[in-house]
Design a protein around this ligand. Structure first.
Ligand SMILES: [Zn+2]
Ligand SMILES: [Zn+2]
Length: 173
């Protein structure tokens, strides 16, 4: 059995295929993205480099090296660019998708600003449900995911209620 293979696909030495890809522009500000090595962890037996690809203008894409909350590290320049480009593509999808209405109140959330941190977040003006992420794209993605999950749950609950009615109704006959 090959255990190391499933450990972390970014850590595995990747076969070099062609020239290093070019980083896509930042989805937030359109700035140029560059790779950087943010740190090295060294032991007598191994040396690990932590790379990221981030926007030179706004810093989007920065990954805290050694952070236990970040399990998606890149360990070389190429992987950092590939990771950045994958993220940019999924972030573009979030940007181009419409902002969902609050599933409880059927109104659009308002963009609010945290007075302390200055971070923007989304909040429903009626029920007060809010979502905040580390950047506007994440915030919108969290909000939309919550709305979609609520709608899915409601559909499921309605189906179950329908089923229950049928069972109870059937029992009465
Ligand atoms: Zn940027
Ligand atoms: Zn609401």
């Amino acid at each position: 059995m090959v255990f190391w293979k499933r450990e972390d696909r970014n850590r595995c030495p990747e076969p070099v295929e062609g020239p290093t890809p070019k980083p896509l522009p930042c989805p937030l500000c359109g700035g140029e993205a560059r790779t950087r090595m943010d740190g090295i962890s060294q032991s007598p037996y191994s040396k690990t480099e932590y790379w990221d690809c981030r926007c030179e203008q706004c810093g989007h894409g920065f990954r805290e090296p050694f952070s236990m909350f970040n399990n998606n590290f890149a360990y070389n320049e190429r992987t950092a660019i590939e990771l950045w480009n994958r993220n940019v593509e999924s972030e573009r999808k979030v940007i181009s998708s419409p902002l969902e209405e609050c599933p409880q109140c059927h109104c659009l959330p308002k963009v609010m600003k945290n007075n302390k941190s200055g971070e923007a977040f989304l909040r429903c003006p009626k029920c007060g449900h809010y979502s905040s992420g580390k950047d506007p794209i994440k915030t919108k993605s969290i909000w939309n995911t919550w709305c979609q999950r609520c709608l899915e749950n409601r559909t499921k609950a309605e189906q179950q209620a329908e089923q229950l009615k049928r069972i109870i109704g059937g029992g009465k006959e």
